[in-house]
Design a protein around this ligand. Sequence first.
Ligand code: M6R
Length: 607
Amino acid sequence: MCGIIGYSGRSDATGRVIDGLYSLEYRGYDSAGIAAFVGGEVKTVKSEGRVARVCEMIKNFGGIKSNCAMGHTRWATHGAPSDVNSHPHICGKTVLVHNGIIENYAELAAELDAKADLLSQTDTEVAALTIDRSYFECGDPIKAIAEASKKLAGSYAFGIMFADLPGSIFGAKKDSPLIIGISDDGNFIASDITAVLKYTKKYIALSDGEMCRISADGYEIFDALGAPIKKEICTATWNAEAAERGGYDHFMYKEIAEEPTAIKKTLAPRVKGGAVAFADDGIDDIMLSEMKKLTVVACGTARHAGLIAKYYFERLCRVPVCVDIASEFRYRDPIIDADDTLMIISQSGETADSLAALRLARERGAKTVALVNVIGSTIAREADTVIYTHAGPEIAVASTKAYTVQAATLLAFALRTAYAKRTISFEELKRCTSVLTSELPKATESVIGRSAELYEAARKYFSADDIFYIGRGADGYIADEASLKLKEISYIHSEAYAAGELKHGTLSLITPKTPTVALATRRSLFEKMMSNIREIASRGGKVFAVCADDFPCGDAVEARFDLPACDEMIMPIVAATACQILAYHIAILRGCDVDKPRNLAKSVTVE
Ligand code: M6R
């Protein structure tokens, strides 16, 4: 929800921190700030607004020459986005940047009798004061952070400087991500690897309770009690270009364009003897054949991918799938035990609600599988088994390639399960594997190549105040995601309905000014979809069909986008890409900031 980065070394720290903040802006972009040691003193610059504003301020000061600096880009939780609420926060000798939420900040402030000392409305400033009081008492930075951490409830990744320890930056984490980046000319702490990829691929992911100190000379890691520990150094497989816009105007479009490659990269290593398999991920056919029920828990777009899993699993394997919203899951005492398999789907692998659901399922003894994009993320580390998608870094707040790759992987997983349960033959598994690995990337590519047609459709509908999406079966679940994509980036109100449900109330909202996008990829449901489209058209509603090329809708629709001819099994996923492009064009035509929609952040590490 916020991004933090720190660097201590022999090179320009301000430049590195600013670079890192730009790549962390996807985590929050309502205010930003940096703190740097300059000639043994701490200098801070912070402001409401984006990183560019802080950059401008630094330029106006004539730059900040420093070899040790840290920065923050914020998504406000406590206290409005404002200069005073921006990080870093300074209390006494302690300078703090924070990602997370300190839940007991009000109690702590009262205990510390802190009212008079606090300048902002943030929970972070109370954490800074807590650390500073400990530091004042013990004079030892690691001890002080460990002592203060015991008092803090909630989640945090901290970057900490102490004014009397120039050249050092300390880190601590609980339930929010923090890595150490190791480079030849200095060391980093950061919320994630993308922030330092330009300088190094070597990193160490800290675990909950751990602390660290970085300086120009090296790094140290400590356990929760302050004892030094050693941890394995990992090497990132992403390169710096993957996290840059390349020649594209927006990350969102670049990421849609990467879908065909991302699907291939994810599925190809899992094809053995012509058939997709998950044994290398630690999931063999015995485990799959024994699966009696699957519970999928996720948030937002990842949950919509879970709904696709439900469709394919129930159809192909006759395994009941329950898809749950992660933020609801643990509060309703879910029925889950050692006989169950629980799958968490998450692009970032850091979503707080999904992580909490995973931990609850593990407590209850369920087998846990994570479908995650970010390697080494917390959810990936804590699940019993992890299936990685290889979509590469997804920077735009609106999830696109992560979703289509999740959907493709889940279909592959359902197919392998179906084979393990012998509800499909090996020959059929091989045929479907080829459809997934070859036809799907090709069909997706073809849709991307016809973006201009979707732009024309966008021109018809971009000024609408409300847009509905309808579909049946898998198309209904794609409609859910298409609708979320539209509202997230274009700010048009939108709702998705199972097409047959419209006449049970929602039809009253249809007017000539309320267009509907109708998804129709299932031939067995064509007739029923036609009835639903006619119900809309006869009430003056305009319909745009995203459909199979043989969908017989005649002039009941105002316009249509014919999906490339491909196996019906994958057509809903191909339709999803078309809807992403439609939403993108609509948002651009409305002048929206598609990569950073208002009020949102990419990685939701608060509950
Ligand atoms: O990183 P995750 O996949 O766990 O994120 C879950 C949701 O926050 C995310 O999918 C969100 O809904 C997207 N911004 C939607 O485009």
